[in-house]
Design a binder for this molecule. Structure first.
Ligand code: ATP
Ligand code: MG
Length: 357
């Protein structure tokens, strides 16, 4: 047997808007790495529309229109639909039946302790009144992961509590139903190597870059918009004159350089410096202006986004083909999830067909 091909990879995004640079470094780069290595059995990417509705119940159009936007973002960033199954969550109803059973092993207080949920409740102003669906999304996400026998989940670090919750659900299931053969596989998170890429901060420097926080550079942003956003990024508020010493910590422009800069960019755009360390030293000492650093960052980000933008233009003229691909894949995902759901019901003793004599 070929042991290198046994992994099942699953990851996803909420269709609440277009994908941004946080997605790019937090998850898409690892997806592309797995895709090019090809050392997996199956690779799924789910567009989590049902999850998106948990905090967007009145904004159906936004969620609906974002499905195709996110799909175009994937394809333009280099995800190959021949190698990866991209599907739509709500078109796989098995996930929701599975969620219902899982909800019986998770308490409300456990969900309220989830640190990502806690942050998101604050961010969305849900403190006084939390939609049940929103509070429950980590349970629903466990079903998304477990329904496909997933072993690896490439994500940013805000998703670690969700993977932890998933593993707890598997333990509870095994403990209660003691299945005679294994139903669920324990998934592992797969994080970016570079720390800053696990939670890329937003342009405001306050919270992580996120669609809902309005602090993002999107993969689809045009050249002018990207430049304007970079020029407005939060730096060091005490670095007023060029000669003032500057601070790197908390400085968003340097955070983005940590995430995106490679030595070769210095050769190309800023040959006075050999590498990022030298640039940082000069900034710390004083004598290096924010504008120079921002223009350098802008050149790098434009280089990364240019080919993505060009592919997007072509894909935007092939929307129907993309929808057909998504619908076909959702059907296949549903067949796979049905197998795991049947095994689950068998283990729980609720496969009523067994009652027929
Ligand atoms: P929303 O604001 O609607 O929650 P989002 O911007 O947080 O949107 P999601 O769809 O929730 O994006 O996240 C999809 C994936 O991208 C997850 O794996 C998440 O960890 C990763 N991700 C999102 N934002 C970042 C970020 N700023 N840095 C690194 N990874 C991120
Ligand atoms: Mg999110």
């Amino acid at each position: 047997m070929d042991n290198t091909k046994k992994d099942i990879i699953l990851t996803g995004d909420r269709p609440t808007g277009n994908l941004h640079l946080g997605h790019y470094v937090g998850s898409i780069m690892n997806r592309l790495k797995f895709q090019s290595q090809g050392e997996y059995d199956k690779f799924y990417i789910m567009i989590a529309d049902t999850q998106a509705l948990t905090d967007n119940a009145e904004r159906v159009d936004k969620v609906k229109n974002s499905i195709i936007q996110v799909a175009i973002d994937y394809l333009s960033a280099g995800i190959d639909p021949k190698k990866v199954t991209i599907f739509i969550q709500s078109m796989v109803p098995e996930l929701f039946e599975m969620t219902s059973y899982f909800m019986n092993f998770v308490t409300v207080s456990r969900l309220q302790r989830n640190p990502t949920i806690k942050d998101e409740i604050k961010q969305r102003g849900f403190e006084k009144s939390i939609p049940i669906g929103f509070l429950n999304y980590p349970v629903s996400q466990a079903a998304d992961i477990l329904a496909f026998g997933t072993t690896i989940v490439p994500v940013g670090d805000d998703q670690l509590p969700m993977i932890e919750q998933t593993r707890e659900i598997v333990a509870s299931f095994n403990n209660i139903y003691k299945p005679s053969k294994q139903v669920f596989t324990l998934p592992k998170a797969y994080l970016p190597e570079t720390e800053i890429c696990r939670r890329l901060p937003g342009l405001d420097g306050k919270v992580k870059m996120s669609k809902s926080a309005g602090n993002a550079i999107y993969l689809k942003d045009d050249e002018k918009t990207v430049k304007e956003k970079i020029m407005s990024a939060y730096t060091d508020p005490n670095h007023i004159r060029v000669n003032d010493p500057g601070q790197i910590e908390g400085n968003i422009v340097f955070a983005y350089l940590d995430a995106f800069c490679k030595d070769e960019y210095f050769n190309k755009y800023l040959p006075d410096y050999k590498n990022l360390e030298e640039l940082k030293q000069h900034y710390r000492k004083g004598g290096l202006g924010d504008i120079k650093v921002k223009l350098f960052l802008n050149n790098i980000i434009q280089d990364i986004l240019r080919p993505i933008r060009e592919k997007r233009e072509y894909l935007s003229n092939h929307i129907n083909d993309i929808y057909e691909m998504l619908f076909e894949n959702s059907k296949n995902a549903s067949i796979k999830a049905r197998e795991v759901l049947n095994n689950m019901k068998e283990a729980m003793g609720i496969n009523y067909y067994n009652l027929l004599k």
